[in-house]
Design a protein around this ligand. Structure first.
Ligand code: HEC
Ligand code: HEC
Ligand code: HEC
Ligand code: HEC
Ligand code: HEC
Ligand code: HEC
Length: 341
């Protein structure tokens, strides 16, 4: 950083006038680098730029101006393997090489777990694809793109789960984890004990409604936003052609496995997130009225109303019969009285 914190440093200034492979700017924003997942995990410059092992400052500076390309898969082998089977690797046949950093960038890579669906799509797929040009079979395209991450459909073997985020109705932004925790006046490790009153390590509908009530008392006016996102597993890189589904029932049915895993997500500043498991039934609760993907269970609710109507009908008819039976002697007596008179 003695050299690379200099904003004016270019390859030419470093004594190299040959055609440069990449940018000529050799500046690195140290503050941003310090927040990257790699720096936080003690990966240093020469772990990536591995053709420099050690620099002798007396006679090796400046080092050669063009280093070998960085090999991300040296450390991320499983991602490389999944990627090598994907449609984005196939395009090498057309003379296009897509590097890992076409999507991730390199010096300022952050953890991804806390990103919303919109952030994930804008950071990645939407940089190159206009999803509006496809998917004419899909009604409410924008609703789907807002709630379902592209890779849930396009890397069909990756597991996924539902994120529940707290959306701030006042600022129109998501609350981050710290804001929620601060409002509750507790620490992150006290969150589950506070909410999970029956101590079974999973938040049920009642506990969930109670949480929203507590938040409202703390002046947090929130709408709970549910998003379908992929698990952060290497296999998500296996974007394949023609593997995605257009079967509505895969998602819109009561027993869809896609909605089995539900979690409240509290996001942290480094891009990671704390997950707290929530019972699937919460998706049908009153506070989730904006979420209608679970068509199947909705119908179950309607079924209950239907059942009530039928029960009501039976009770009505039964009641009528019962009253007629009970009053039969009375009516008979009335008739006899009439005849007598
Ligand atoms: C996670 C891996 C990684 C780490 C850590 C890393 N780099 Fe890089 N760096 C890259 C990649 C990838 C490129 C661009 C493409 C290539 O050279 O392969 C690059 C390019 C550069 C460039 C060329 C200018 C540019 O921005 O494209 C400079 C200068 C540079 N790195 C300096 C550093 C310094 C100094 C550090 C330590 C503070 C560092 N790098 C840490 C991966 C890394
Ligand atoms: C086409 C875009 C794209 C390319 C190219 C790409 N990734 Fe990813 N990567 C993603 C997406 C999308 C995620 C998941 C992030 C999310 O959903 O927020 C991800 C997640 C990750 C993760 C975290 C999840 C895990 O596997 O632990 C790592 C690490 C990663 N990528 C490394 C790589 C490496 C190494 C390469 C090159 C072989 C690469 N990526 C190429 C899009 C890409
Ligand atoms: C010298 C080893 C090394 C190299 C080379 C390397 N990484 Fe990493 N990378 C790591 C480590 C260690 C982590 C933190 C892993 C963890 O804790 O899950 C990480 C984390 C990541 C993550 C964050 C995953 C998450 O949890 O969200 C992404 C994305 C990523 N790397 C992409 C890249 C890309 C792109 C390159 C190439 C420019 C690269 N890495 C090169 C070691 C490396
Ligand atoms: C850096 C640019 C870039 C990014 C980012 C990117 N793609 Fe691609 N993608 C391409 C290119 C180029 C092709 C090949 C198009 C072709 O063959 O005509 C392609 C092909 C595809 C195809 C097959 C389409 C076809 O016509 O064969 C799918 C599906 C796809 N990408 C999905 C995604 C998803 C999902 C993401 C986000 C995780 C993503 N892409 C991110 C550039 C990108
Ligand atoms: C509900 C599932 C679903 C979601 C969400 C989804 N897609 Fe698709 N996508 C499909 C299916 C199925 C096809 C193939 C049918 C077609 O061409 O319309 C397709 C086609 C495509 C194609 C053209 C591939 C080809 O073979 O021609 C691209 C590119 C693409 N999607 C990118 C995206 C991006 C980017 C996103 C996120 C913004 C996204 N998709 C979200 C299911 C989905
Ligand atoms: C990958 C899972 C998935 C697939 C496949 C899928 N959907 Fe959806 N759909 C969702 C999610 C998640 C939402 C957003 C949740 C919400 O708004 O309630 C949604 C929303 C909708 C909405 C809008 C509801 C609203 O209230 O705005 C309609 C209509 C819809 N889907 C119909 C379909 C049809 C028809 C198909 C098949 C052609 C289909 N979906 C395929 C997951 C999916």
């Amino acid at each position: 950083m003695d050299c690379h914190s200099d904003e004016g440093l270019t390859r030419e200034a470093a004594g190299d006038v040959s055609l440069s492979r990449m940018s000529d700017q050799l500046f690195l924003d140290n503050d941003k680098f310090h927040l990257s997942v790699h720096h936080l995990n003690e990966i240093s410059c020469v772990d990536c730029h591995s053709d420099i092992e050690e620099l002798n400052y007396d006679n090796e500076i400046p080092h050669k101006a063009h280093l070998e390309p960085v090999n991300c898969t040296a450390c991320h082998e499983a991602e490389g393997e999944a990627f090598s089977q994907s449609v984005h690797m196939e395009i090498r046949g057309k003379g296009i090489t897509m590097q890992c950093y076409a999507c991730h960038g390199y010096h300022y890579v952050k953890r991804l777990a806390s990103a919303s669906v919109a952030e994930r799509e804008n950071l990645f797929c939407l940089k190159c694809h206009n999803a509006d040009n496809y998917h004419d079979w899909l009604p409410q395209k924008q609703a789907h793109f807002a709630f379902v991450e592209c890779t849930v459909c396009h890397a069909p073997t990756v597991p996924s789960h539902i994120h529940l985020n707290f959306y701030d109705l006042v600022t129109n932004k998501f609350f981050n984890g710290n804001q929620i925790i601060e409002a509750l006046g507790i620490g992150f490790d006290e969150f589950l004990p506070l909410i999970d009153t029956n101590k079974d390590n999973i938040i049920n509908t009642n506990e969930f409604e109670d949480l929203l009530l507590i938040l409202r008392q703390k002046n947090i006016y929130t709408e709970v936003h549910a998003e379908l996102v992929v698990e952060l597993e290497p296999i998500l890189h296996n974007v394949i052609k023609g593997g995605s589904t257009n079967e509505c029932e895969k998602c819109h049915s009561a027993d869809s496995p896609l909605f089995d895993a539900v979690a409240i997500v509290l996001t942290l500043e480094d891009g990671s997130a704390e997950h707290y498991e929530v019972e699937k039934d919460v998706l049908n609760s009153f506070s989730m009225s904006s979420f209608s993907a679970l068509g199947g269970t909705r119908v179950k609710f309607l079924d209950k109303i239907g059942l009530l109507v039928i029960l009501g009908g039976i009770c009505g008819a039964g009641g009528h019969l019962f009253i007629r039976l009970v009053t039969a002697p009375l009516r008979r007596r009335n008739k006899e009285n009439e005849q007598d008179s």
